[in-house]
Design a protein around this ligand. Structure first.
Ligand code: P6P
Length: 327
C-alpha cells in the first residue's frame, strides 16, 4: 500500500479480510476429520454437485468476512446460484470457489480456495450490478489460491508477479516463502484426466499421444528442439493441487472440453481466470485451446471453459495441435 501513492488502503484491507477468511477455513479444514465435518450435507449446489459440510462452511466464512469488509459491491461464489449485489458503493468485485476439490475431502487429498478480485468502474457514481462481475480476466486486480496441503500455502498476485506465502500455524500468520514464482518455460509432466480420452476431439487425442511419446513421429519442435522423452503423468483431480505443482515444476495441466462437457468442466470466472492470471504473472501460459483465457468475454456467472495452463512452451505446443499446426 505504501508503494502506491494516493492509495486509500481499501485494497490492502480487502486482502487482509481474505487472509482472515482463509485462516478460519484452514483451521476448520485441519480439524474436519475430528469435527465430524466430513461427509455430505445432502444438498446440491448450482453445479449439481453434492455440497459437503466444509464447502458450506467455507462459503459462509468468505461471504460473511467479505460482506463485513464493506469493500465489495458484488460477491459471487461457486456455491451460490446468484451473485450478491450489495447495497453499497464498494469498489471491488469478489469471485471465489470457496473450497475447490471438495470431492477429495473424505480422502484427505489437497483441496483449495480460489479467488479473483476486480475493480468496479465508477464505484462512487454507480450502483453495483452483475455486469461488474462479467469482465474479462485481463481486468483482474488480484487473484490467488490457497492449497490446504502438507502446509497451507497462499499464492497471490496483484499484478506484480506471483508470490507464495506459507502459514505459520503457531502464530496464525502468513509469511512470504516463495517470492517471484517463475513457471519454467518447459516441463516434463502432463496433467489431464485421461479417462475422458474417448470423449476428446481428434486434435486433443493427438496431443495426448504426442505428450506420451507414442503416436506418429512428430519430428523436431518448430524451434528445432525435438520433443523431450515422454512426459510423466501426474493427476490429483484437485485443481489447486494440480495447478500448483504445474506452476512450480512446469509442464501442462489441461481440462479440455469433451463430448460430455462441451465447454469443459471448470468455471471461467472463479477457477480458470484466477489460475490464468497467476500463471501469466509467473511467465506461464493459459488458453482454452485456441484463445487466451484472460481475453474471454464472460456472458454468464457460472459459465464453463476448457482450461490449459502451464509452461509457456508446453501450452504453445498444445495450442499448435488445436489449431492444426501439428497433428
Ligand atoms: P475430474 C474437483 O471436483 C474439480 O472441480 C477440480 O478441482 C478438478 O480439477 C476437477 O474437478 C477434476 O475433475 O472430472 O477429473 O474428476
Amino acid at each position: 500500500m505504501h508503494a502506491a501513492p494516493g492509495a486509500t488502503g481499501e485494497f490492502t484491507s480487502l486482502l487482509n479480510h481474505i487472509s482472515l477468511a482463509i485462516r478460519i477455513i484452514n483451521s476448520r479444514v485441519r480439524s474436519a476429520g475430528l469435527a465430524g465435518l466430513l461427509g455430505y450435507t445432502g444438498e446440491t449446489n448450482v453445479q449439481g454437485e453434492e455440497v459437503q459440510k466444509l464447502d458450506a462452511f467455507s462459503n459462509e466464512v468468505l461471504l460473511n468476512v467479505l460482506q463485513r469488509s464493506g469493500h465489495c459491491g458484488v460477491i459471487a461464489s461457486e456455491e451460490l446460484d446468484e451473485a450478491i449485489i450489495e447495497n453499497n458503493h464498494g469498489r471491488y468485485v469478489a469471485l471465489f470457489d470457496p473450497l475447490d476439490g471438495s470431492s477429495n475431502i473424505d480422502t484427505n487429498v489437497g483441496i483449495g480456495t480460489i479467488f479473483a478480485i476486480l475493480r468496479r468502474s465508477e464505484p462512487k457514481l454507480t450502483p453495483p450490478t452483475l455486469a461488474d462481475a462479467l469482465r474479462p480476466g485481463r481486468e483482474i486486480a488480484a487473484a490467488g489460491y490457497v492449497l490446504y496441503g502438507p502446509s497451507t500455502l497462499f499464492v497471490l498476485s496483484t499484478g506484480q508477479g506471483a508470490h507464495g506465502f506459507t502459514l505459520d500455524p503457531s502464530i496464525g500468520e502468513f509469511f512470504l516463502s516463495q517470492p517471484d514464482i517463475r513457471c519454467p518455460d518447459r516441463g516434463n509432466c502432463y496433467s489431464v484426466n485421461e479417462g475422458n480420452y474417448s470423449r476428446w476431439t481428434p486434435e486433443i487425442q493427438s496431443w495426448a499421444r504426442w505428450v506420451k511419446g507414442d503416436g506418429p513421429a512428430i519430428g523436431a519442435d518448430k524451434d528445432g528442439e525435438a520433443p523431450k522423452t515422454p512426459y510423466g503423468a501426474r493427476y490429483v483431480g484437485s485443481l489447486v493441487a494440480d495447478a500448483h505443482r504445474t506452476l512450480m515444476k512446469g509442464g501442462i495441466f489441461a481440462y479440455p472440453a469433451d463430448s460430455k462437457s462441451k465447454n469443459g468442466k471448470l468455471r471461467l470466472l472463479y477457477e480458470a481466470n484466477p489460475m490464468a492470471f497467476l500463471f501469466e504473472q509467473a511467465g506461464g501460459g493459459a488458453t482454452n485451446g485456441k484463445d487466451r483465457i484472460l481475453d474471454i468475454m464472460p456472458t454468464e456467472l457460472h459459465q464453463r471453459t476448457p482450461l490449459v495452463i502451464g509452461s509457456k512452451d508446453d501450452v504453445a505446443a498444445y495450442r499448435q495441435f488445436m489449431v492444426g499446426e501439428r497433428s
